[in-house]
Design a protein around this ligand. Structure first.
Ligand code: IPD
Ligand code: CA
Ligand code: CA
Length: 279
């Protein structure tokens, strides 16, 4: 399968799962607690992942799959699962619903995120927002697109002009507190913040020039891989919060239009908001 065919399959899979998300938003029958009371999953997350897995079993049976719902809860297990699969010949990295808390509350902001890597290098990224019917797609070296229209990142050159997004990680005492420290430090200088409750949608919006940048602690490859390729292909920059170029193991993400990247990192470093103390 070449990257175009992989992209086609990812688009079909994302549309199929997206239809279910749209139909069931706010109507999940049961909510299951994962690593803690704030880390949630529903039967629809599992059904969406199952749909995608079934398609891949038919269309690409030799490809490996790293799907959020196939991994044990918690940061350590997630990091280990990424480590174990990142060298696979072809690896599909799937977040069947990014924005599960929104989904449970009927707040219509959840997406499907699918990244496909070849021996650790991202080849394809697809993020689908079923509520706006927006399909964000990228293939390495071929640019990033929204419903077929080419995307490029925004042109703000200073933090003063920037709208930055972030999230509120499920680890309330650790990662969420560090993230809040970063917000506190950035607050006096940025134009404003947005927090939509889905990391993948934030990344897609940076690629589309709707947000200047996004940062957040303790995310997983399934939150980040597709969106990172979209931003790179739209002319932006993606690193960890200390400036290391994006790779599948990155958990603390900083993703911008490129122009404000160093300024964002500087504020995060100065406010000790780049990660856990022990790292
Ligand atoms: C979550 C979302 C959210 C972010 C959390 C993630 P999920 O993913 O991306 O925006 O703040 O840290 O865990 O659980 O909805 O797939
Ligand atoms: Ca997620
Ligand atoms: Ca998810």
């Amino acid at each position: 399968m070449n990257s175009l065919q992989i992209e086609e399959q990812a688009i079909l899979a994302a549309r199929e799962a997206g239809a279910l998300i749209r139909q069931k938003c706010g109507r999940a029958a049961q909510t299951i607690v994962k690593s803690n009371d704030y880390d949630l999953v529903t039967e629809v997350d599992k059904a969406c992942e199952e749909l995608i897995r079934r398609r891949l079993a038919e269309q690409a049976p030799t490809h490996h799959i790293l799907g959020e719902e196939g991994v044990a809860p918690g940061s350590a297990a997630s990091a280990q699962a990424v480590e174990e699969s990142r060298d696979a010949e072809v690896l599909w990295i799937i977040d069947p619903i990014d924005g599960t808390t929104n989904f449970i509350h009927g707040f219509p902001n959840s997406v499907v995120s699918i990244g496909v890597a070849q021996r650790g290098e991202l080849l394809v990224g697809v993020i689908y927002d079923p509520f706006r019917d927006e399909m964000f797609t990228a293939r390495r070296g071929e640019g990033a697109f929204l419903n077929g229209e080419r995307l490029s990142v925004s042109k703000e050159a200073t933090l003063q002009e920037s709208v930055l997004a972030t999230g509120f990680p499920v680890d309330t005492k650790g990662a969420r507190a560090i993230n809040m420290r970063g917000m506190q430090a950035l607050a006096p200088t940025v134009r404003n913040f947005r927090a939509l409750g889905t990391a993948a949608l934030h990344l897609a919006y940076v690629a589309a020039g709707r947000l200047t940048g996004f940062w957040e602690m303790d995310l997983n490859a399934w939150d980040l891989s597709a969106g990172s390729l979209l931003i790179q292909e739209a002319g932006g920059r993606v690193t960890d919060t200390r400036g290391v170029e994006y790779h599948l193991g990155v958990r603390h993400i900083a993703a911008t239009n490129g122009l404000v990247h160093d300024d964002l990192l500087r504020v995060l470093v100065e406010s000790r908001a780049t990660g856990y103390e022990a790292e």
